[in-house]
Design a protein around this ligand. Structure first.
Ligand code: ZN
Length: 240
């Protein structure tokens, strides 16, 4: 089996289409979605429909949760808040109900998926350091766990201690535990403007990071056209 594992799509249709096309070219047999399907970019409904049609395991992201609720939006930066209000207006009650029904974490085959962290999945904390990774590892009962949320592709391994390791092609050894952030499809923040996702090949037992160029200008034009803040368009180029 070859799993295409991707998340933080954030309503970026052009990026999602490019990633799915690459996954197909790479002979992926299964899809796994790490959440944050909506928010920030201009195609929440379209991205939601694509993910629903894939009929794959999905976990809930913080933007999915906020978009699915009504009332006050707390704890988000102003850009995220503006886009969330706009996103809510694009979705039907049925879409919101589907988002509300997503689980916080799941086990897929023999690996775990969660949007933020395993130690406090509902608090939407960020795994940014080895210490953050160590906290999540203490709740990880599978060899391998995939996360998202920071929009920054990264891998941690727990052997005797917890180390940050390069992710390009990572062999998964049974004796260790691995916490892998698959990066973001629709709004990269690790300085590389291309989409990121991972392929987990269960035959070779390797995780590979893929970086995929997509039509950023088209995604930017759609953001402006929708009346969303222009900063959401400009940041796509810098990958910050
Ligand atoms: Zn996100």
């Amino acid at each position: 089996m070859r799993f295409a594992i991707f998340g933080d799509i954030h309503a970026n249709l052009h990026a999602l289409q490019a990633v799915l096309a690459d996954a197909q070219e790479q002979s992926c047999t299964h899809h796994v979605c790490m959440g944050d399907i909506v928010g920030y970019n201009a195609y929440p409904k379209e991205c939601l429909n694509i993910i629903r049609d894939l009929d794959c395991p999905v976990v809930k992201g913080n933007h999915d949760e906020l978009a699915s609720l009504e009332g006050q939006i707390d704890g988000l930066n102003p850009l995220a808040e503006l886009s969330l209000k706009w996103t809510r207006a694009q979705l039907s009650e049925e879409d919101r109900e589907w988002l509300r029904g997503l689980r916080m974490q799941r086990q897929v085959r023999d690996f775990t998926i969660v949007h933020a962290t395993l130690d406090t999945p509902h608090k939407w904390a960020y795994v940014m350091t080895q210490l953050d990774a160590a906290a999540s590892f203490s709740y990880q009962h599978t060899n391998l766990c995939f996360i998202g949320h920071t929009h920054s592709a990264k891998a941690y391994v727990r052997d005797e201690g917890v180390l940050s390791v390069p992710l390009d092609i990572l062999p998964i050894l049974q004796k260790n535990k691995y916490l892998i952030n698959v990066g973001s499809v629709g709004q990269s923040r690790d300085g590389d403007s291309r989409s990121a996702y991972c392929i987990f090949d269960t035959d070779s037992n390797e995780v590979t990071l893929r970086r995929i160029a997509y039509d950023i200008s088209a995604a930017q034009a759609a953001i402006i056209e929708a009346g969303l803040p222009s900063k959401l368009a400009t940041r796509l180029v810098t990958g910050r």
